[in-house]
Design a protein around this ligand. Structure first.
Ligand code: PLP
Length: 499
């Protein structure tokens, strides 16, 4: 029994459905809410705590024999855990494609977690299944998909990319090799299956190829143009080379918004080549898909010709993690993952049981987050949030270009800004790389700003991913000043150089 369970042996205070349970719920949630407000309001982007310090602050016993009062545990988590998490709502947190969750999404999260629907079957979800369908339909409309389109809510881009390529593989095997992979497994010719994507595509394309039994060597990286988008002539050439050497290209993955540069592949050209070579056309729009809500929708032209699209709500659409979607141009293609089980979705069921569209079984009602966001903010409201972040990235690039101690590496395409700090003592090559790495580590420990590090054209670089619509150019200037401060420390600590 926990300290909250009551002495009468009743479990009422632990569950909703009684006066005692409701009172306990209200108390606990209001305490949790206070802890969240404090954690986001009063803290720097990061405390700088190292994992060892976090370990040392936690109670020794994770699973004690008798529990403590819930209120005390919430206070303890607030002090020992929340205090050393990354403050994603802070305007100076600007490292990854990791958004501040909107209040709209947080409210939806309360509704969906407490009602705890499971989207695998209608008899575990009722209206939630219908709402997911509405969200999918709205998304299909945004991407100008045909009337045959459909989709499913996923945990994010990883799952969407995986499922898109799973369907692609199985359609190819069914149509070209007369093989039902679901029952018979991979055919011998699977060795020759190839996926093409830009050399800058997200690593989850290779990961999916691994999970699909093809191996990451089945992914053929295609050279990029100067703007880091997939080079169409190179894609054409790679397809021809593969075919002439007896390989079987079955899918082209185009990226709408690469993680580092925000590059958007030429979707029209990729769609045309996919059609010509009988390849499945998957668009990884986990990042850039949000442009569909803005005045820059035309940058996604050609997306409507995709067989599948990956979209993420927990990036530029400001929803709490996790929330994404996989859209299909033709709903019939869900047949490659669908199976029937007597207890969940018997073949004779007239009800919509979404388990037949998902790679998961029990599945959260994450669709409620975009549903509430769509209803509360409208296309215009959501588009304005996305546009505000794009504008901040532009202005940040301007500040970096104007500063003599920084080097801007590329004009931003979406929300990322790639740059380097120029130390006073001019460093080149690996020495500059080492300096950049030390600078970024120093910044993380410092905690005043959270900035990412990546490699651009083979060299270590810094990256801002400006995902917070509240971040202003003045905030960006504050980030740059923090970088200057930490850079001065790194320069002062640097061991004397040879020569
Ligand atoms: C983030 C991202 C992914 C992975 O998505 P998750 O939501 O993290 O699973 C895939 N592709 C691109 C382009 C991304 O930006």
């Amino acid at each position: 029994m926990t300290a909250d369970g009551g002495d009468d042996g009743s479990f009422d205070r632990l569950f909703l459905g009684s006066d005692a349970g409701e009172a306990a719920y209200r108390d606990a949630v209001s305490r949790a809410r206070k802890a969240v407000v404090e954690a986001t309001r009063t803290r720097e982007p990061f405390s700088g705590a190292a994992p060892e310090a976090v370990e040392a602050a936690l109670p020794a016993e994770t699973l004690p024999e008798s529990g403590a009062r819930l209120a005390d545990v919430i206070d303890e988590v607030s002090a020992n855990v929340l205090a050393d998490t990354v403050n994603v709502s802070h305007p100076l947190t600007a490292a990854h494609l990791h958004c501040p969750p909107s209040v709209v999404g947080l409210a939806a999260e309360v509704l969906l977690s407490a009602t705890n629907q499971s989207l695998d079957s209608y008899d575990q979800s009722g209206a939630a299944t219908v709402v997911e369908g509405r969200v999918i339909d709205a998304l299909c409309g945004l991407f100008d998909f045909p009337g045959t389109a459909d989709g499913v809510v996923t945990s994010g881009g990883t799952e969407s990319n995986f499922q898109g390529l799973l369907l692609a593989r199985d359609r190819y095997c069914a149509e070209t090799l007369d093989r039902d992979v679901q029952t018979a497994g991979l055919p011998p010719a699977a060795e020759d299956l190839r996926v093409l994507c830009s050399a800058d595509a997200h690593f989850t394309t290779e990961q999916a190829a691994h999970y699909l039994g093809l191996g990451s060597d089945a992914v053929v990286p295609v050279e990029t143009a100067v703007d880091h988008s997939m080079d169409t002539a190179a894609l054409d050439g790679a397809l021809a080379d593969l075919e002439s050497s007896g390989r079987r290209p079955f899918a082209i993955v185009a990226t709408a918004g690469t993680t580092d540069v925000g590059a958007i592949d030429d979707l029209e050209a990729a769609a045309a080549l996919a059609r010509e070579h009988d390849c499945w056309f998957h668009v990884d729009a986990a990042f850039g898909g949000a442009l569909a809500l803005t005045d820059e929708r035309d940058r996604l032209d050609g997306v409507e010709r995709a067989d599948s699209i990956a979209v993420d709500f927990h990036k530029l659409l400001f929803q709490p993690i996790g929330c994404g979607a996989l859209l299909l141009g033709d709903r019939a293609e869900f047949e490659y993952v669908s199976r029937h089980d007597e207890y969940l979705n018997p073949g004779d069921s007239a009800l919509p049981n979404l388990v037949s569209k998902s790679t998961r079984t029990t599945r959260r009602f994450d669709a409620l987050k975009p549903y509430v966001a769509f209803r509360a903010l409208g296309r215009e409201g959501l588009g304005a949030l996305v546009e505000a972040t794009l504008d901040t990235a532009e202005r940040a690039a301007g500040l970096l270009a104007d500063a003599s101690d920084f080097e801007l590496l590329a004009q931003p395409s979406l929300n990322t800004v790639l740059f380097r700090y120029r130390p006073h003592e001019a460093l080149l090559g690996e020495e500059l790389d080492q300096f950049t790495v030390a600078l970024r580590e120093g910044l993380f420990r410092d905690g005043r700003a959270v900035v990412a590090r990546t490699r651009v054209d083979g060299r270590d670089s810094l990256k801002l991913t400006l995902m917070n619509p509240r971040t202003t150019p003045r905030d960006v200037a504050t980030i740059l000043d923090a970088i200057r401060d930490v850079a001065a420390d790194v320069e002062a600590d640097a061991p004397p150089r040879n020569g």
